[in-house]
Design a binder for this molecule. Sequence first.
Ligand code: SAH
Ligand code: SF4
Length: 382
Amino acid sequence: MRDRPAPLAVLATSVVEPKLDLRSATLDEACGFAVAQGWPRFRGEQIWRWVHDHGVRSFDEMTNLGRDTRARLAQTAVIGGLTIAEVQTSHDGTRKLRLVTHDGQSIESVVIPDGDKTTQCISSQVGCAVDCQFCATAKLGLRRNLDAGEIVDQVYLARRLLADVEPGRRISNLVYMGMGEPLHNYDNLVRSLGILTHDKGAGLSQRRITVSTSGLVPKLERLGGEDVRPNLAVSLNAPNDAIRDAIMPINRKWNIAKLLGALRAYPLEQRRRITFEYVLLAGVNDALDHAAQLSRLLRGIKCKVNLIPFNPHPEAPYARPSHAAVAAFQEECRRLGMPTYLRIPRGDDIDAACGQLANRSAGSPLVALTSRRGPPAPPPVE
Ligand code: SAH
Ligand code: SF4
């Protein structure tokens, strides 16, 4: 027979205060926590800055705190977050990080150098509930939301990695385009935006942060009223409801008219535009007439269109259009007056393109551990 847990232990855990996760905490919360410990408020700020500016991973690294303070911290707080399980480096310098949560879930984040700019693509959930038919993440279903500490730690881990492998290069831009639907994890999204843009923390500019959504209309409306308002990217992917219904089930709840209505009302700051993402699927949404429908839909919205040729994967019954079809679609969009850009897949030899942060780690392990310099990806399906 197995031993029963000691009653004392049960009693003890039932009265122990939960530890504060400093990685998920706002600066205010850290200061309140310090005061509750009987410390001055500024000690909370010191501790918060260690975690969110310097990115330390243990209390021992907080060198300006006394031994007693650090011992007390170890009893009352934790520094949550992720660990790096694997780093793959593409021939084009893109790095894909596989990160593991405390409960053993894998997520991915991608660091994409582009001249002086370095963009990081981060995940907001493990899996996703939205079930877009072309998306690899959808096949996982939703496993769980990431907490705010797990969202921001993707940036801190990438900063550490870059400091080691490419000193001088810093994360300048952030896109919430990895695994998950950020607006389905609204509170942690907003919390993470507040933490990452705080000038006493990572200090990222909100103008350089983009949240990509499949279009949860009520949450879009709410986001417009928040203090930190990121740029918006909206995965439209279709020029009419019939096609969008078929490839994005969320459209049956909030159709294109409702989505565009919310976007027209979104309080865009001066000189900002909404990005519409449009995954090109051969024979589904890539006809020239679709470009014409798209231009009618988007008339009057300050926007640009990012065309993303479909990234093929075994679970989706679609193909990438030919180069010629992609070029013709882009040309037609431009002719119709829409600023339209082609999103060239980066890190395609390591499946690192955003939206392709697939479930490989859930089933088969990633093949290479570090610095795989493979050949360029095969040409798109013709
Ligand atoms: N859930 C959010 C953000 C993550 S998906 C959203 O849907 O916007 C990020 C982008 O990747 C979306 O624009 C999505 O349409 C695109 N995407 C998903 N799967 C893709 C694939 N197989 N090939 C190309 N783009 C894909
Ligand atoms: Fe979720 Fe975005 Fe994939 Fe749709 S495209 S299933 S919303 S991650």
